[in-house]
Design a protein around this ligand. Structure first.
Ligand SMILES: [Zn+2]
Length: 477
């Protein structure tokens, strides 16, 4: 313990909201650096300056919270709020929280303990920060990138706690339940987004009436908003509970009346504590998937409001992250959509540049230096377009692979039939047309020839990097 304590620095820090000073524990700077990362930037191995620190989880120590007023924020923003342009508005909303609206934070933040910092403590701190950042109802007052980062960090905490992000890897009924749960969640996400847009409009309408804050709060529209939010919340909670149970089921610990050593502040488990807290926050994220879904939603919103092809690296990194998060959610269509949006934005940007280049040339207004600058902008976009096209190929590949367990039995059953017939059978069985098209292109459907080669290829993970389903040799007609 004493060794570990020496990794920490105790410091008096003033709360950016209530101005009260409190003693805060911070992990000292430069004790560690990332040694290995997952595809969504989650560090899974650290290089420590001193091996005695190994075992400390740096992800736990990224937030500070005020014991007086419960305000919680990322360390840098807590210490220097002026760096965050949305801080003023959020502070106002935070200060006006009273009664039941403050209850969530009042219950949560006293459970954040630094020594020893546990998963639960760290998660509570993240949830408190997210709750505060979610206070603005209108998108333009929200800190989109920060919310994305916070949800992503919370997702990492869940993953570290239960490493297999997919609860059910098994086949059979459990796998079917998992698949159906995911399919149920997808349209729900769209519905939630639409309800949120509706909410923004209704709030805007109420605001335009120039009412007093109390009149605003009791306006009839607020009741509709509350009702919609509760209904969405109830489905969200039921699905969250289902995912928790599926995970327990898969690991063989799902029993009725389980009350073991996992008790948390009077609740049978930390999960049940969170379920109880949904009373104050109906859409409280309950697992890794919930967090990933919100992260990708906020990153996407932030991304397209500030897409700038002058910063190619940033465009590529953010897009790669967005695509990766969709893939983690097994949402291949959204991943492809994200790729298509960047591709289109790139094409549009390129056309605009080419047009202005032509016009300036015609008017004789173009210096050599300007021309070179535009040319280099265009080549940067070309780079993005090329990378995006490659990524699209890879995602399609993954999409087909993910569906092979459903496709293969159909193919086996219908061996020797004409391609057109097999195509119809596949589409009737619910296999999307773009997938059937890929299967046709790469020869998996046979085509009068013995379909040995192409099919064997789809079954072998190790058959070459770009071989597999997109192998150029697999064209069978
Ligand atoms: Zn405070």
């Amino acid at each position: 313990m004493t060794e570990q304590v020496s990794a920490f620095l105790e410091k008096s820090i003033v709360c950016p909201v209530c101005s009260k000073e409190s003693r805060q524990q911070k992990l000292k700077n430069r004790l560690c650096s990332s040694a290995e990362q997952e595809s969504d930037q989650h560090v899974i191995r650290w290089n420590w300056t001193d091996p005695q620190y190994e075992g400390i989880k740096p992800q736990f120590y990224v937030l500070l919270h005020c014991p007086s007023c419960s305000y919680t924020d990322m360390i840098a923003d807590y210490e220097n709020p002026s760096g965050d342009i949305k801080f003023g508005g959020i502070k106002k909303l935070f200060e006006s929280l009273k009664g039941p609206d403050k209850e969530f934070l009042k219950k949560l933040t006293p459970l954040i303990a630094v020594h020893p910092m546990t998963f639960e403590s760290a998660m509570n701190a993240h949830l408190a920060n997210i709750y505060i950042q979610e206070l603005p109802q209108e998108k333009e007052y929200k800190n989109l990138v920060k919310l994305g980062r916070l949800y992503l960090r919370a997702a990492w905490l869940w993953r570290e706690r239960a490493p297999q992000s997919k609860a059910v890897q098994a086949s059979g009924v459990l796998a079917d339940i998992e698949r159906l749960t995911t399919e149920t969640e997808k349209p729900l996400t769209n519905t939630e987004e639409r309800i949120e847009r509706l909410q923004t409009m209704l709030v805007r309408r109420v605001k335009s009436l120039n009412l007093s804050p109390d009149e605003e709060k009791s306006h009839p529209y607020q009741k509709v908003l509350g009702g919609l939010e509760r209904s969405v919340g109830e489905i969200h909670q039921a699905l969250g509970r289902l995912r928790e149970f599926m995970q327990q089921d898969a690991s063989g610990t799902l029993v009725s009346s389980a009350k073991g050593d996992s008790e948390y502040v009077g609740h049978p488990s930390y999960f049940e504590f969170l379920m109880a807290m949904t009373k104050y926050w109906p859409k409280l994220p309950l697992n890794e998937r919930d967090c990933l879904k919100e992260a990708v939603r906020y990153f996407t919103e932030a991304y397209f409001t500030e897409l700038n092809f002058d910063e190619v690296e940033r465009v590529m990194t953010t897009n790669a992250l967005i695509v990766d998060l969709h893939l983690r959610l097994e949402d291949y269509d959204s991943a492809l959509q994200a790729i298509a949006s960047v591709y289109k934005a790139g094409m549009d940007g390129k056309m605009t540049l080419q047009k202005s280049l032509r016009e300036k040339k015609k008017d004789g207004k173009l210096s050599e230096k300007d021309e070179m600058q535009v040319e280099s902008q265009i080549s940067r976009i070309d780079y993005v377009l090329q990378k995006t096209a490659e990524r699209r190929h890879e995602v399609k590949d993954s999409k087909v692979k993910s569906m092979m367990p459903r496709i293969q039995p159909i193919l086996d059953e219908n061996k020797g039939k004409a391609i057109e017939d097999i195509e119809t059978i596949l589409t009737d069985a619910g296999i999307p047309e773009d997938i059937v098209e890929v299967l046709e292109e790469n020869g998996t459907l046979g085509g009068g020839q013995p379909n040995g080669k192409a099919k064997a290829d789809t079954n072998t993970e190790s058959s070459g990097k770009r071989g597999g389903l997109f192998g150029i040799f697999a064209k069978a007609g």
